[in-house]
Design a protein around this ligand. Sequence first.
Ligand SMILES: [Ca+2]
Ligand SMILES: [Ca+2]
Ligand SMILES: [Ca+2]
Length: 709
Amino acid sequence: MHGEVMRRPFVSLSLFGGLLAVPMFATAQIRLADVSHLSVATTETALAPVDPRLMGAGGQVEIIVRLADPSLAAAQAEDARKTGALMERARQREHLRALDARQNDFMNRVRNLGARELARVRKAHNAVALRVDAASIPVIASLPGVTAVRPVVNYELDLAETVPYIGAAAVQSAGLDGTGVRVAVIDSGIDYTHRNFGGPGTVEAYEDAYGVATADPLNTTRDGLFPTAKVIEGFDFVGEVWPDGDLAHDEDPIDFGGHGTHVADIIGGRSSDGTHRGVAPGVSLLAVKACSAVATSCSGVALLEAMDYVLDPNGDGDISDAVDVVNLSLGSSYGQREDDLSEACANAVRLGVVVVASAGNAADRPYITGSPASTPGVISVAQTQVPSAGQIPMIINSPASIAGSYPNTETLDWAPVNAAVTGDVVHVGRGCPGLDPYPEGVDLNGKIALIDRGACAVSLKIDRAAKAGAAGVLFGLVAPGDALKFSFGGGDTFVPTLVIIQSYASLIKANLGAPVNVTISPDNPIPLIGSMVSSSSRGPSYSEDAIKPEISAPGASLSAEVGTGDFETAFGGTSGAAPMVAGSAALLVQAHPHWPPALVKAALMNNADPEIYTSPALVPGVLAPITRIGAGEVRVDRALGARTLALGLHAGGALSFGFDTAAHDSLKLQFMLVKNLSHRHRSYRVETEFRYADDAASGAVTVWAPPVV
Ligand SMILES: [Ca+2]
Ligand SMILES: [Ca+2]
Ligand SMILES: [Ca+2]
């Protein structure tokens, strides 16, 4: 036993003394965690949609160009579905030859642009993969027959990264994959036609199941396409209209918004070709739709219906068929026990269902962590960085008086720093197109534009500066606080951009006479492995003063993108972290089908990695507070190897001593259960230590524990 639970008491008794003034209202509407990074390609121009991730790209890039003609699967899907007959082999070959000829025509055009063919596909998808100069993308998007231009997926950032990192690959190769375990995903539905759920993996298959618009009746009926071998049941408690209209029930929980599809894939995806695996690729999934198809909200009514449903999926009034694990990647900030969904979750846990919920994306603010994650028996999940993450600092080259590396920055997915740029800084003010004329005589050619936050979409400001010739952009905040991300709000021309904090912007402005020469470079980022994502919500829980979140996992896994057939995009926030833990729980349930949820939770918490840092870029070497990461980052392989478990008996797993005013001496006593899973006698020496040296030095808290158990 590592003894983490015993040597990490909640010792910050006085730290929270002044913090009860935190507003204790919860927002009225349950909301999905932030999905603003899931930007959508524009469609109002004559150009084919260009994925926003390609905007602002420079140099050689790898793209996939989707072509208009139906792929072989699409060409016969309609016939096959209506007649039950596939094309004859000769006709299939003829169709492939026709597609090949069109692809040849297309390639002849783009070779003139210097494009190099990487691959072409015609059966599940009609597309060509190219390596091309980014400057050619608008031309390619305007060619006849092109329907979409997207980046080639970078597999260094996908589940092949996060699944091994948390130990799940080792568990899978040892023979455990969640087979026989049923996991309910209460979310926006699941796109069960996607390749990563063993579906046909074509846009056409999705359209057969969902239709082509939210008003299409196909998304209310099963059409013989649902359930599937992977997504074995489900229900839609929301319909496609809410919150713009009434909730509506239907029997087809197919996803449109995309959130639930990502979550389900991270938990238990397994592609038909075997190349893509979630944490527990053998699980059976239930798609329980309680969140809007057209907004990021989840209905409080539908969520309760969903919780009823997961306890009795066959609706016969007998809950012996309750699911094994429930994932809720959603929440409401400042979660409290006076919450219907939290109560429903508590009842499910009591029945024996493992419930996993995201802690929230409301950042490092004490008590802000949301419900239902704040429910004692629920496993609350914080978000840590994926192993490959890195932070790009702003480098000031001159003047010498301020030269150096400035790490408090953020990058923007739609204006990525994909090449190094160096230049003198020109301050253009707020810079809103049509609202804020640039200062007289400004020349941005080859320069780095410093733009102030405010008044209009960040992307429109960057678009304007890029079109004026700027080589890069520093986007300066105008109020104190850490750097933050901004979502895409229009525009089509982008250059490498860093968001910088107010003090950096002020420093530059004060030295502009010099001039100030700056480099923005993707080379040598500060590694962020083993650290918090700044947006992950902090605990403790409001109602119980208990340790929440309780565990963490890397978010931002590359995972299934709804309605695309076989595409994947990065999915982050604690919404992406919770399913890593839900999948891990499923592996434990398979190994130990009789364990109550408290033991599953204890195994995960006892064996997590506590060496997680706050921010290697901003405060190197400072461990993250327990109220941000709980027991640490999940390691499911270690959890499965546990021979002894230790769990607190009062606060849902951890040993939490709660809040105290520290105005007088007080003594707090808590008990924990130590469970020997082996058939041998074991004894452990118990040691206590403080997480921070200044806590130990203050002498404010004395911890006693039995020396041996
Ligand atoms: Ca349908
Ligand atoms: Ca539906
Ligand atoms: Ca039943």
